[in-house]
Design a protein around this ligand. Sequence first.
Ligand code: FAD
Length: 462
Amino acid sequence: MATTSLDQAARSGLASGFGGELIPPGDPGYDDARSVYNAMIDRRPGLIARCASTDDVAAAVEFGRREGALLSIRGGGHNAGGLGVCDDGLVIDLSPMRGIEVDPDARTVRVQGGATWGEVDRATHEHGLAVPSGIISTTGVGGLTLGGGIGHLSRKYGLGIDNLLAADLVLADGSTVTASEDSNSDLFWAIRGGGGNFGVVTSFLFRGNPVHTVLAGPMFWSLEQSEEALRFYDEFMAGAPEDVNGFFAFLTVPPADPFPAELQMRKVCGVVWCCTGDLEEAEEALRPAREFGPPLMDGVQPVPFPAIQSAFDALYPPGLQWYWKADFVDELPDAAVAAHAEHGARLPSMHSTMHMYPIDGAVHRKREDETAFAYRNSRWAEVIVGVDPEPGNAAAITDWAKRYWDALHPHSAGGAYVNFLMHDEGRARVEATYRGNYDRLVEVKRRYDPDNLFRVNQNIAP
Ligand SMILES: Cc1cc2nc3c(=O)[nH]c(=O)nc-3n(C[C@H](O)[C@H](O)[C@H](O)COP(=O)(O)OP(=O)(O)OC[C@H]3O[C@@H](n4cnc5c(N)ncnc54)[C@H](O)[C@@H]3O)c2cc1C
């Protein structure tokens, strides 16, 4: 449908009774409303429907279906492939829907579909609770949760989806349902890893976990030690208590406090730790890491949980160029360690990085077919991240990420974390990501969205 006609149709077909805001091309707020976190993405929707309520979402879904519009769902707008926006079609923008209610007695948290994790962290922290999420607080609850949710609390409390108790959705036919273990359990299975394929989630109900002050921060080692450091990390994490989480990284030390002047802009490898539980026990558990090396810098200290959750926010503001490639990893043979050392040393820009997030501990306690997330028995979610502020460097960061990935992919488990796929990776990659769960996802898709209305995502085609 052409852009202008979608806007015109909305004036008669959507505007009456729509409590949110309709933003067509030409509106003064249009460019702001269409921009997403990754500045490499430059899409021009036919209309952006900023929804203020579930009724608005249902009206927008029905309107989009009726008009035959391409339809995308925008949560936090952080998806690197830009899957929250689309060209020419209708964006269902949930950003006004950010309500959060914590029930400290029941230890539950209800979160509307457009909230970001920093808002959730602030609300839960005052009750000594936390919901497992990712490592950057500006990421949307919607996309991160529906893809799985890997972060600082994964080893102790599992993935984001392992803490999801229920979700309210607007389906492709405009109806509203609740998905939980007891209600539409097939849908509940599918949305725990299957992304935004099945409907618009207007509200999530999470379990809150007792987390307040954590022992957290980075330790860096020199690049000369990177092979040794990776081997140490591999062995250490295999025996570490579940309270100890730490992701391995190649990075450039940022040119800012609190990093020592002599390390700033130096390429290093390191681990960003986040330990829950008793602080003294955590200090003791991390002793081998402190003794290994020893580190060039040890920034590990007791901090409020939201502080480690937002520690990277300033380094990675919206508006940078992002290109990433990812895989799940089961083991680190010598050839993989050598390839990491080689490509990790060639970070093409200050912001570029490689992260390996642990997938074990509590994550392993569910079977791989218990939710749609199919790589629970992996050990790491690896992501090779080319980032730079300069659009002119987009090709260089993309090229580095692809070459690094080409060298590592033969040592991977085959598929990637769905939230670390770009928009152009193709169906085979999506199938590899869901492997044994893919056929069941197709069945659920046929039941809830047979016409594939929700297809601006890592698509499970009905
Ligand atoms: C800097 C950065 C750091 C990250 N760190 C982590 C991390 O530590 N751990 C991790 O697991 N992931 C991480 N991610 C990946 C992140 O999970 C994905 O990018 C995710 O898609 C972002 O969700 P969003 O709601 O912000 O995205 P959007 O771009 O708004 O949406 C992404 C996709 O999710 C769907 N969607 C979003 N909200 C809803 C909803 N309410 N209902 C239905 N569908 C919806 C959209 O349709 C779209 O397909 C990171 C991403 C970035 C850019």
